[in-house]
Design a protein around this ligand. Structure first.
Ligand code: ADP
Length: 471
């Protein structure tokens, strides 16, 4: 049987049947044995009390005359038989009436209970009790083979058995019904998860399962939904990425193609100006592909950092030197504020050059002539609000440029995110610079964030842990 439903139901049926069947059987055997014990005990007590009454009877008359009436009164039930033999062993009373006057030994009577009167044995009383089972007689007082056909006790046991069977059937039905409800509660979520997993495998990432229970299966359902949501997000991200990348590649490729076509057709001369345009676009393509490669390496955890304990001041000063000319040519002042005795940090200097390069390039791009860019560094113990919980070196690149509107701030580190599409594109930014900055800083175990006031400037800060484990 393939279905889990049927397997569990089959297992439950088996368990219920075996348990209840065994219980009914054991109760049957136990009840019969206990009842026999009880009947035997009560017969013993009964015959004792009969003997004592007979003793009193004999004491009064010193004779057995009239004993039959007394015996008839003493009978517990019509299926019992009381026989009395006198001290000579002659039957003087018999509720069965067959053996009256016969010697007790002829009737096969033996092992009776003594009737005592004034301290003397004056006879024996025998009881044939009617507990018959499998054709065997059972009684006190006789080796008689008398069979007692009708048996109150057996009737009683039969009635008990009947009830036991009824109770067992009702218990089995109730147990099965409850069990089936429980099985359904287990199987339903499993079926839903199975169907959901198949849908996800077929590419329907929007599929979610509706399991509300608070147990492990509910948890599994929530994990499944979270997994599907994350896959859906990753898929959307992948599509967006492909669209963005092809969009970014199209502009330089169109320029290159148009210029080359123009030169080939003799529309443009193959002079420096046109070759420079082609060169500029290929440089753009090279940077774009390098950025994309870095991001994908960082995504897959394969970005290799050549970490070394470094004086960050050297790295910062090198960047300040590199960008002094571009800043100066735009009429922007580039200064620094570096705290003395900065602790050494474990960094990949080339990657740190890339981070600082992207931040300073952005600052130059978004700061008008006459503005100022300040690169600063200092040691901090931590910054709870920013999630920095260990001693770090805090590096800031602050500009007095246009700033970033609050609605854009949460997104500037996203891939291909540009605040003003057309203007940034004109400047050659693909919206990957800050995404790279974030990936690199995080790869160093650090944290990056931005503070900005539109019209007053922006400050990008990143904290590098003093004992960075890096990757
Ligand atoms: P791009 O390569 O287009 O510059 P980035 O990822 O470096 O992309 O930056 C994303 C966006 O953040 C940019 O479009 C820009 O508008 C904004 N931005 C980045 N740095 C600054 C800054 N210093 N001042 C104002 N805006 C900035």
């Amino acid at each position: 049987m393939r279905s889990l439903n049927w397997k569990l139901a089959g297992a439950l049926l088996l368990v219920v049947m075996v348990t209840i069947g065994l219980m009914a059987y054991l109760m049957n055997v136990g009840t019969a044995s206990e009842f026999r014990e009880y009947a035997s005990q009560s017969s013993q007590n009964y015959v004792q009390s009969v003997a004592s009454v007979l003793g009193s009877f004999y004491e009064r008359d010193q004779d057995w005359t009239g004993i039959d009436e007394v015996l008839a009164d003493l009978l517990r039930s019509s299926s019992d038989r009381l026989v009395v033999a006198d001290s000579e062993g002659i039957v003087v009373g018999d509720t069965g009436r067959d053996w009256l006057g016969d010697p007790a030994s002829d009737a096969g009577l033996s092992g009776g209970t003594a009737v005592v009167s004034s301290g003397e044995d004056v006879g024996q009383v025998y009881l044939f009790s009617s507990f018959a089972r499998g054709g065997r007689g059972f009684g006190y007082g006789g080796g008689s083979q008398q069979q007692v056909a009708a048996s109150n006790e057996q009737d009683f046991l039969d009635r008990v058995n009947h009830w036991l069977i009824m109770v067992a059937i009702i218990a089995a039905v109730v147990a099965l019904a409850l069990g089936l409800v429980l099985i359904w509660q287990i199987v339903r979520p499993v079926k839903l998860l199975n169907r959901g997993a198949r849908q996800v495998a077929e590419g329907n990432l929007a599929c979610r399962v509706d399991i509300r229970s608070k147990d492990e299966l509910g948890e599994l359902g929530r994990s499944f939904n979270a997994m599907a949501a994350s896959l859906e997000g990753a898929e959307a991200e992948r599509r967006r990425m492909i669209a963005d990348v092809s969009h970014e590649l199209r502009t330089p490729l169109t320029v290159i193609e148009g210029t080359v076509d123009g030169i080939q057709d003799g529309v443009f001369p193959a002079d420096k100006e046109h070759l420079d345009a082609i060169r500029e676009q290929t440089a753009l393509l090279t940077r774009l592909t390098a950025d994309l490669r870095d991001l994908s390496l960082a995504d897959s955890g394969q970005l290799r950092l050549h970490l070394a304990a470094t004086d960050i001041k050297d790295v910062l000063q090198r960047s300040l030197l590199t960008f002094a000319a571009p800043a100066g040519s735009k009429g922007i002042g580039l200064g620094s504020d570096l705290a003395p005795d900065l602790p050494r940090v474990e960094i990949d200097a080339a990657r740190m050059d890339q981070v600082l390069g992207n931040l300073i390039t952005n600052a130059i791009r978004h700061t008008p002539a006459g503005g100022r860019i300040t690169v600063s560094a200092r040691a901090i113990e931590g910054d709870r609000a920013r999630g920095v919980d260990s001693p770090s070196v805090l590096v800031s690149v602050a500009d007095t440029g246009e700033g970033i509107a609050p609605e854009h701030l949460p997104h500037v580190f996203d891939r291909f995110y540009r605040v003003e599409e057309s203007r940034s594109r004109g400047d050659g930014g693909a919206g990957l610079g800050l995404a790279i900055v974030r990936q690199m800083v995080q790869a160093h175990g650090g944290t990056v964030w931005v503070e900005s006031q539109p019209g007053r400037g922006s400050t990008f800060r990143f904290a590098l842990p003093v004992r960075s484990s890096g990757r």
